[in-house]
Design a protein around this ligand. Sequence first.
Ligand code: ADP
Length: 256
Amino acid sequence: LTLGDQSQAETIRKGERDLNDKLSSVWRLNSMGEMAATLAHELNQPLTAATVYLHAGQAELTRLGPPAEGPAKTIDLAKTQLLRAGDIIRRMREQVATGSRSFTEERASLIVLDLAPVFALTGQDTDTTIALDVEEDDDQVLADRIQIQQALANLVRNAVDAVIGREGARVTVTGRTLGADGYEIAVCDNGDGIPEDRIDSIFHPMATTKAGGMGLGLSVTRSIVESHGATLIVSRNSQGGATFSFRLPRPTESEI
Ligand code: ADP
């Protein structure tokens, strides 16, 4: 190993560390946004119900006779606080969802190929072949590079989890140019696939079949893909495993 090789290797390792750091901070932000969205959704109903009950209670009290001023005011205050709780959660959700996106013109193949060192490490650690098969021609897209890398890292992580420990465990990431229709990225594995009756629920936050799983990966991934004006599609591939794919738009396609 010459000195030049060494410093080159050093630079590459630093690049990998930087990318990993970026991915994990993006992951934290994204999962916070997803938790906030879930909370906003789940809490909305009880908060609304509590407000309605308080309102009904006030009306009942009024019917029983002229209400004492003190208790009526206290109930009003409680209602205001409930509304405020709802607003706080909604605002937090909006801030996290919109604050961290930046779309630029990118080469889709490079978005994928830059992750090769990350995938290589994952492959080694899990005894899984992670193959990249990416078309490099005609691959200009409009995308948030780090967000798409986050989405891909999530999909590959899931694919690896689905094949880990089996003979011939294999995950393939493909990139295909679709001409005017954009550029398609797919992650394909030879695991057991996803049962028909779970196809919808796997995208729900907190839906997980893994011990210690958070169940946020797919909901974050879907949010990222949808923020690009695309759809995250899941299907069963010819090996019986799962394929997740999405299509990135061309820079010239309508504004996101
Ligand atoms: P987590 O990985 O924390 O469980 P996800 O939202 O990423 O959360 O995935 C939700 C569930 O979807 C997983 O627990 C698993 O049951 C299923 N799943 C995701 N990807 C695959 C795949 N490639 N093959 C089979 N099942 C999958």
